[in-house]
Design a binder for this molecule. Sequence first.
Ligand SMILES: NC(=O)c1ccc[n+]([C@@H]2O[C@H](COP(=O)([O-])OP(=O)(O)OC[C@H]3O[C@@H](n4cnc5c(N)ncnc54)[C@H](O)[C@@H]3O)[C@@H](O)[C@H]2O)c1
Length: 259
Amino acid sequence: MKVLEGKRALVTGVANRWSIATGIARRLHENGAQIALTYQGDRVKDEVDKLAGELSGAPTFECDVSNDASLAAMREALLQRFGTIDALVHSIAYANKEDLAGKVFETSRGGFSLALDVSSYSLIALVQSLREALADNASIMALTYLGATQIVPNYNLMGIAKAALEAAVRYLAFDLGDRGIRVNAISAGPIKTASSRQVGGFARILDVVPKVAPLRRNVTPEDVGNMAVFLASDLASAVTADVHFVDAGYHAMGLFALG
Ligand SMILES: NC(=O)c1ccc[n+]([C@@H]2O[C@H](COP(=O)([O-])OP(=O)(O)OC[C@H]3O[C@@H](n4cnc5c(N)ncnc54)[C@H](O)[C@@H]3O)[C@@H](O)[C@H]2O)c1
């Protein structure tokens, strides 16, 4: 029997085949979960429907997390066409490109609100909207990055948003713990996607990791998906309120050994 047999997972944040959410959805599906996807807007609908076809025809639901009406409509459609969920994957972030380079003190009030709304508050908004749709003992996970707690030049405003997201993970874990619902963050190493390409100098980050990380390689969306399978499964029955690194060990380095 597959480890996620009988579990239903809602995966947000699939935009294209390079999205981390796509790798996660694939791994969850391979391990027995029934998948539903949300996507943002008509621009990506065809691509997401195509990917859903490869996941046993997973239903897809439009959802803009910055819009309460869109969240409510998604919940209704989800409950009608898919039912309650045992796993929820938050794989969503956005900041204006000018806030992913330069100086943090140049960040505008509007840019800050937008980034924090879409990248951090959205986890709270999703839980608020879907709390009745979440089964007891469900697993919620959100994607984060080392830049939440360490300085990663150019990550800037997104680092601040990820810090808020990681704090939200802990508080939500406390709020939902009485229902056995677990909430965790997965801190992924750098992966080339539409979003990460917006970060200034991102290609250089991808170059550094294989030179210095313990595993001497970058990670893939499927590596991240493997952690998602564990967190969604009953094997992680007492694992909550934490940040789990899937970054080939990079975060643990204190000094980059040369040569
Ligand atoms: N790529 C990396 O190096 C990396 C590393 C660590 C963490 N992450 C995180 O992984 C997650 C997924 O990013 P990705 O790299 O796969 O890029 P991606 O561009 O493929 O995914 C980002 C997703 O966010 C969605 N989104 C943006 N605004 C939205 C809104 N208002 N409503 C609904 N959806 C919205 C986009 O549609 C897209 O599907 C993000 O949280 C990102 O910060 C990425």
